[in-house]
Structure formats: structure tokens, C-alpha cells
Ligand binder design. Structure first.
Ligand SMILES: [Zn+2]
Ligand SMILES: [Zn+2]
Length: 97
């Protein structure tokens, strides 16, 4: 099974991966990396296993995740909702980070 995990270097000592599917960051503080800063394929597998992907799917349409935002099909009832813990809920605050 292909994984969707990317290694991204954020300039810290942490090893940061990003899931291409849900854009979530997965951060590890202690990882063995080689001289090039790479991690083993085995570790990628482990990250993929560890990560519980909140996949980009919408239960009402064929939504796509683009740069961390859901792009719903026209007319999808979830367009104005946000996905929290896998549930689509109506958005209450505009800027609630
Ligand atoms: Zn994911
Ligand atoms: Zn949708």
C-alpha cells in the first residue's frame, strides 16, 4: 500500500512529516536520520501506520483537499461546514483557530 506521507523540514530539530491526503502534520522529536536528513522507508511505513488519517473525503460529495482546504462539489451541503473529528459540523466562528 502506498503511503501519502511526506517528509518536510521545518528547520527545527523535530522531524516533521505531512500527510498528503489530509495535510496534517505529524511531528516526531526523536528519529534516527541519516547524514542527508532522510529517514528509512521503514520509518515512513511506521508514520503511515501511526497516522490516523482524517481523509479528505466528504460524505456528501467527491471533495478534494487542496492546500488544506476542502473543495466540495457544487451544491454539497457540507460546503459551509467544517470537519471536526470526522464529523461535519456547522461552522460557528469565522476565525476560530
Ligand atoms: Zn492524513
Ligand atoms: Zn462535500
Amino acid at each position: 500500500m502506498a503511503h501519502n506521507i511526506q517528509l518536510c523540514d521545518d528547520g527545527t530539530m523535530d522531524t516533521v512529516f505531512q500527510c498528503e491526503k489530509c495535510s496534517e502534520e505529524i511531528r516526531y522529536s526523536e528519529v534516527d536520520r541519516d547524514d542527508d536528513g532522510c529517514v528509512t522507508d521503514e520509518f515512513f511505513e511506521q508514520v503511515a501506520d501511526d497516522h490516523e488519517c482524517e481523509d479528505a473525503s466528504c460524505n456528501q460529495c467527491e471533495a478534494l483537499m487542496i492546500q488544506g482546504l476542502y473543495c466540495h462539489e457544487t451544491g454539497c451541503p457540507n460546503t459551509k461546514k467544517v470537519k471536526i473529528d470526522g464529523e461535519w459540523v456547522a461552522r460557528t466562528d469565522e476565525d476560530d483557530e
